[in-house]
Design a protein around this ligand. Sequence first.
Ligand SMILES: NC(=O)c1ccc[n+]([C@@H]2O[C@H](COP(=O)([O-])OP(=O)(O)OC[C@H]3O[C@@H](n4cnc5c(N)ncnc54)[C@H](OP(=O)(O)O)[C@@H]3O)[C@@H](O)[C@H]2O)c1
Length: 273
Amino acid sequence: MAVEARNIIPRMGYGTWGRLGDEGVEAMLAALGVGYRHLDTAQGYGTEPMVGEALRRSGLSRHEVFVTTKIDPDNYRPGKLAPSLRRSLDQLGVDMVDLTLLHWPSPRGELPLAVYLDQLVAAHQAGLTRLIGVSNFTIALLDEAERRLGPGRIATNQIELNPLFKNDKVAAECRRRGILVTCYLPIAHGSLAGNPRLEAIGARHGASVEQVALAWELAKGYAAIPTSSRRERIASNFAATRLHLPPDDIAAIDALADGPRGIAPDWGPAWDA
Ligand SMILES: NC(=O)c1ccc[n+]([C@@H]2O[C@H](COP(=O)([O-])OP(=O)(O)OC[C@H]3O[C@@H](n4cnc5c(N)ncnc54)[C@H](OP(=O)(O)O)[C@@H]3O)[C@@H](O)[C@H]2O)c1
């Protein structure tokens, strides 16, 4: 499944965290209008209804837009995951979502992985989702999941990753296992401006630092899911798909020092780095 997943998950997606209400729907329509064909939502974002409305109003057919949702850890207890995903499908107005992720490992490791992973597999087998994957999984958790499922079943691991937080250890492990890395916070929440190396690379290519970051992620073979509430940024971020950085720029970004992780709840897993 991993090889198939690499081909069918659009590498540039539009993140929908914070895109609530009518403004959220308009932002998603703007994203679809400039070419995004992947919307990333989650049960915990409250944006599934907005994604559903944007899909309906876009004029695009269902198979043209790849939809990812994520199961909230509150829905990991036995018997809860599939009904929660059915509610997500209702909100999205679709029969099947393209990709369903476990949003986080069970907070503080409260539930054994098998309890919720097996429910995700059952939801896949029941036809509620085309692909399955994980988010915020560490190497140890990926290993445990693949020991349980066998290789090639986990389509992606969605993790924090950008030029100033490269998450190298888990990204390398994903590559080794054929699991697509999907980068969240791919433009470091808009905080890349002023980084001298990114600015210099951007200046050489007539590109913004955000475009440089996204182009670097795509060049590494990752997917990226930036968000913006503003039309011009929605468009300029997507235009990074047309920016092809030469190997020396890629290497220069690879060599940037990492800053701190942006999202690290105290109930999260024991990160690899
Ligand atoms: N799996 C997980 O646990 C997880 C965690 C976090 C996020 N995510 C997903 O990843 C998506 C993206 O993450 P994120 O929203 O936290 O961070 P992000 O995409 O790195 O950054 C979004 C922020 O950057 C600003 N921005 C966007 N484009 C810009 C540009 N061209 N120039 C300057 N600033 C720009 C936006 O402000 P404006 O709106 O003002 O443009 C917004 O505040 C989320 O929407 C969500 O779908 C997943």
